[in-house]
Design a protein around this ligand. Structure first.
Ligand code: NOJ
Ligand code: CA
Length: 680
């Protein structure tokens, strides 16, 4: 069996306060190795506050908690601690696909009961899961005489960093959703910001602030309302309603703080996955991670169209030639966009004409599925909704059945409309405009996951809600966009800068797989515009930016001109046994090594920024005594993303062992990619 296998398990329950006890605290608990300490206490005016300390250094200073409601009094003052309970948990589980085959979930849980001393006398609990590399906590409200659910106006959670620091963050609530470049500022200048927000504190400690298991709740952004180092939660609005509406007993998603000595340590955390529920879908052996090419780059560059007409891209002839190219290069899938009815008018923000089982006349779905099957290639169907999410809801079954009937294993979805402009239509006909990150959309995405799973189809959502580790629970939600991908390099004027990917690794990639669509070896966008990358760096992205479904985004004609470097794209897999971050600084550089799932070979990728940089690392993670044939694709000595020499690549073969160390120079805008084949 391939799914969510439990490999080891231990759980013990510890002490609890007597039921009628009341205290102002502090109540404390430590992580399994004792390095992280969480304390909860009652501070001035009876407010509850928590602190987080790591290796005796304060990370989060007293940070207050609470809620504003739209219809009843807020909860924040006159609280007392009524109970505390700890529990130890240690389980190792297996991912059906991922960056690590096995994941250890080892934490101590501290559950603190709180109660208002007067007024409505409402009860709730704060549950902390304390890991050696961070903390997750959530609020849990039982159904109770004075509280049956909640209409939340705002969550009053604070994150008061105990030191000054530098933060990397993207602005929230802007029209272009999550597709902004990263700001690098003092903590005091953050916000409103989408999470993850990654912070380097004064003493070098790195902290990533985010959330896990965002289901039936609105996405949390954070902002700094003071001049100091305190960020506070700002929930995504609901459409003309409370930000969150809950019935009966309810809880929040986990608010997460990954804490590590350095940037590499942040990336290596499994806390996000562990704070999600186990696989609900059962057997996932039908999903095979793999690469794809697509009838796409010519569209995004404006040479072909999604709409019908003389430039229509998704024609039988074009799709067949992409299937031929995929088959010839061992690539198992071809993405096709613009294959269906609905693209002819103004679909941006208006997707009610889309038919997800209605191919255009020049796209013969049955013939193409059969043609691909003969060649061992499946299509990836595209479902662009134009942000008309309710319309998509009405077609989910039809769309995923059509996909399954034509042998598609993956569907790419899209919600192209400005932030706050998702169209929701309630059963009574009421029309509302929702945010991509709001509570209603969090539930929409679960409906998509469940319907897709019914047909054994996986999906890759563009313009999505942020990733919060839900791929553990719904392992058919295999990838998402949710940041600036390669498409920005197709357009003129506003391309991704060389540091973008070194920012993504330590921010967006903490959310989970990203469909970045790397591998544009021509290094050209529309109007012959130059991409701000070397050719070697494009190869590195296959290792550095993780997704189980990864595109080779350039066209077959362009790959034909770069077959020496395309070889690496052919060779690199998309599913891993383990992952190690060998070095890195947010926004500057990163080197990642990954071992092939079920194999002995390793792949290494490194990317830099606009400066020339050296990456030096030991190969001590390789199996001792084994000799590895290395194929190294590195920037040529004269490579530079600013000149035609961006195509200068040196390809070398060497034999390496675990005793070796590599020192590789990355050109400005550069990188490197290495295949290490174990000799048998
Ligand atoms: C934006 C997506 O990111 C892109 O991949 C897609 O081709 C277009 N929307 C059209 O759906
Ligand atoms: Ca930089």
């Amino acid at each position: 069996m391939q799914f969510g296998r439990l490999l080891a398990f231990a759980c013990t329950l510890a002490f609890a306060l007597p039921a009628d006890a009341q205290t102002a605290g502090p109540v404390t608990a430590t992580s399994p190795d004792g390095s992280i300490v969480v304390a909860v206490k009652i501070v001035e005016d009876g407010r509850a506050a928590y602190t987080v300390t790591r290796k005796r250094t304060p990370i989060i200073a007293p940070s207050k908690l609470g809620f504003l409601f739209t219809d009843v009094a807020k909860i924040d003052r006159r609280l007392t601690i009524t109970s505390q309970e700890t529990r130890d948990f240690d389980q190792t589980w297996e991912q059906p696909w991922g960056e690590w085959r096995t994941v250890r979930n080892h934490y101590r849980e501290l559950k603190v009961g709180l109660k208002e001393t007067d007024g409505l006398k409402r009860d709730f609990a704060l549950t902390f899961r304390i890991y050696d590399d961070g903390v997750g906590f959530r609020y849990e409200f039982p159904d109770q005489p004075n509280m049956h659910g909640a209409n939340i106006a705002e969550e009053l959670t604070e994150f008061a960093f105990a030191q000054d620091g530098t933060a990397w963050w993207k602005p929230a609530f802007q029209w272009n959703r999550e597709e902004y470049l990263y700001n690098k500022t003092a903590i005091s200048a953050v916000g409103p910001a989408d999470t993850p927000v990654t912070v380097k504190l004064g003493d070098g400690t790195h902290v990533a602030l985010h959330e896990a298991a965002l289901v039936d709740y609105s996405g949390m952004t954070v902002a700094n309302g003071s001049a100091g180092n305190t960020l506070h939660a700002v929930l995504t609005p609901g459409a003309g309603r409370p930000k969150v509406e809950k019935k009966g007993a309810w809880s929040t998603p986990w608010r997460t703080l990954i804490i590590a000595n350095d940037a590499a340590g942040i990336y290596q955390s499994r806390l996000m996955l562990n704070l999600n529920e186990p696989n609900k879908l059962g057997d996932m052996s039908w999903f095979k991670p793999g690469k794809f090419v697509g009838v796409w780059w010519n569209m995004i560059k404006g040479e072909w169209s999604w709409a019908r007409g003389p430039k229509h891209g998704a024609t039988n002839a074009n799709v067949k030639s992409y299937i031929d190219f995929a088959a010839a290069n061992g690539i198992p899938q071809v993405l096709v966009e613009g294959w269906n009815v609905g693209w002819d008018g103004d679909w941006f923000g208006n997707g009610n004409d889309f038919d997800f089982a209605g191919p255009t006349a020049d796209f013969d779905a049955a013939m193409l599925a059969a043609y691909g099957k003969k060649k061992g290639v499946r299509l990836i169907g595209h479902h662009e909704t134009g942000g008309s999410a309710s319309h998509y809801d009405t077609q989910l079954d039809r769309g995923f059945k059509f996909a399954a009937d034509h042998g598609y294993m993956v569907v790419k979805t899209g919600y192209v409309t400005d932030a706050g402009q998702i169209e929701r239509v309630d059963p009574d006909g009421t029309k509302l405009r929702e945010w991509h990150e709001g509570q209603w959309m969090s539930n929409h995405f679960i409906r998509v996951a469940e319907t897709a799973a019914k047909y054994k189809v996986a999906f890759d959502s563009h313009e999505p809600i942020k990733g919060t580790g839900l791929q553990r629970t719904y392992p058919n939600w295999v990838a998402r966009e949710g940041s600036r991908g390669m498409e920005y390099n197709a357009w003129t004027g506003n391309k991704n800068p060389p540091e973008h990917e070194a920012n993504l690794v330590f921010t967006r990639m903490l959310e989970g797989p990203m469909d970045f669509t790397p591998g544009v070896l021509s290094l050209k966008g529309s109007e012959d515009s130059d991409i701000l990358s070397t050719e070697a760096k494009q190869l590195a992205l296959y290792v550095v930016l993780y997704s189980p479904v990864v595109m080779a985004a350039d066209t077959p004609e362009n790959y034909a001109k770069h077959m020496n470097t395309f070889k690496f794209i052919r060779d690199v897999p998309t599913d891993w046994e383990e992952t190690r971050v060998l070095n890195g600084e947010v926004g500057d550089f990163v080197t990642i090594a990954r071992k092939v799932r079920g194999g002995k070979d390793w792949f290494i990728g490194g990317v830099g920024d606009e400066q020339a940089r050296d990456s030096s690392f030991a190969l001590d993670f390789l199996t001792p005594g084994v000799r590895y044939e290395a194929e190294i694709y590195r920037d040529g000595d004269d490579a530079d993303y600013r000149t035609e020499k961006r195509h200068s690549v040196t390809i070398e073969k060497r034999v390496l062992t675990s005793a070796d160390r590599l020192n590789l120079r990355m050109a400005p805008g550069g990188g490197f990619a290495i295949r290490l084949k174990a000799r048998t």
